[in-house]
Design a protein around this ligand. Structure first.
Ligand SMILES: [Zn+2]
Ligand SMILES: [Zn+2]
Length: 275
C-alpha cells in the first residue's frame, strides 16, 4: 500500500491544522524543499511556510504572510484570548525541539499585528540525512504542521461540531459541556496535547498505534475538569488541562456527568497503581 509523499504530507497537515493545506514543491522536488499555504486563501492572501535545506544537517522553515493578507490579518487581530494562547503554545512546542524566532518579538507573548510578522525555525536532524524524503517529512511533522496549526487557530478554521452536543444544556456555574467538547474536538488542541504528552493513554497506558497498527490513530483528547476548578476557577491552559486518553478510558471517565471521573479515580476503579 503505497501512498505518495505529497498525499502523506497533505494528510498530516489537514489532520493537524483542521484546514485544507496546499503543498507545492520547490524547484528540484521534495528534497529541495516545499512550500505550503491555506488552500482557500492561496499563497498571496494568507500565511505561507517554506521548508528548505539549511547547512549540512538542518532544515529551515520560514513562515510569512503573502502580499495581499490584509483581510486575514484583520481576522487574526480579532482572535480570542484562548485562541492566541493555543497558538503560542503550539509555537512553543516547536521551540522545544528546534531553534525558533518570532521576528522582533518574544516567544512568550508574540502577536500578529501586520504583514511584517514572521517565524523562522531551524530544525537539526541528528540521525537521518536531511537530504532524504524521510527527513523532509519529519521536519514537516515536527515544525510545519504545528506552525500552520497555530495560524489556523488564529484564523479560526471551523471545528466541526457534533449536532448532539446541543442536547446537553450548559452546566450551571461551571464550564459548559459544549465548550469542553469544542476543546476536545479541536484538531489544534489535539495536536498540542499529543505533542506534549505523547500518544499513550494517560490512564491505562495503551498506545493504540501499537495495538491497532495503521488503524490506531484513535487516541482522543480529554479536558480535565478537576473539582478544585469549580471553587477556584483559573484560566484554561491547553498544556496542562488536556490529556490523551484511549477511546475506552475516555468513554469511561465520561460515564459520570456532568463532571467526569478524574484519571486518578478511574485508575483506582481499575486497580491500576501508580508505578
Ligand atoms: Zn486507556
Ligand atoms: Zn473528555
Amino acid at each position: 500500500m503505497l501512498i505518495s509523499r505529497r498525499e502523506l504530507i497533505a494528510r498530516e497537515l489537514a489532520e493537524g491544522t483542521g484546514a485544507t493545506i496546499a503543498v507545492g514543491f520547490l524547484d528540484g522536488g521534495l528534497r529541495r524543499g516545499l512550500r505550503i499555504w491555506f488552500d482557500d486563501l492561496d499563497d498571496k492572501h494568507g500565511p505561507v511556510a517554506e521548508l528548505r535545506p539549511y547547512g549540512l544537517k538542518s532544515h529551515q522553515v520560514q513562515l510569512a504572510f503573502g502580499p495581499f493578507s490584509a483581510r486575514v490579518l484583520a481576522t487574526i487581530r480579532a482572535a480570542e484570548a484562548e485562541d492566541i494562547q493555543l497558538a503560542r503554545s503550539l509555537v512553543r512546542s516547536v521551540a522545544r525541539i528546534a531553534e525558533v524566532a518570532v521576528t522582533g518579538q518574544h516567544l512568550t507573548d508574540w502577536t500578529v499585528a501586520d504583514a511584517r510578522f514572521g517565524i523562522s525555525a531551524t530544525f537539526r536532524h541528528h540521525t537521518i540525512n536531511p537530504d532524504t524524503d524521510e527527513a523532509v517529512i519529519m521536519t514537516c511533522r515536527e515544525v510545519l504542521v504545528p506552525l500552520m496549526a497555530a495560524m489556523a487557530e488564529l484564523i479560526g478554521y471551523d471545528v466541526v461540531e457534533d449536532a448532539t452536543e446541543a442536547d446537553h444544556p450548559a452546566v450551571e456555574g461551571a464550564l459548559s459541556r459544549a465548550t469542553v467538547n469544542r476543546r476536545e474536538r479541536n484538531p489544534r488542541n489535539r495536536l498540542l496535547c499529543l505533542r506534549i504528552h505523547g500518544l499513550k493513554c494517560r490512564i491505562c497506558g495503551t498506545d493504540p498505534k501499537v495495538v491497532y497498527g495503521s488503524a490506531g490513530g484513535i487516541i482522543e483528547v480529554h479536558h480535565l475538569e478537576p473539582v478544585a476548578m469549580l471553587h477556584e476557577p483559573r484560566p484554561y491552559d491547553p498544556e496542562v488541562d488536556l490529556v490523551p486518553l484511549c477511546p475506552n478510558c475516555h468513554r469511561a471517565v465520561h460515564t459520570r456527568r456532568p463532571w467526569p471521573y478524574s484519571p486518578e479515580e478511574l485508575m483506582l476503579m481499575m486497580g491500576i497503581h501508580h508505578g
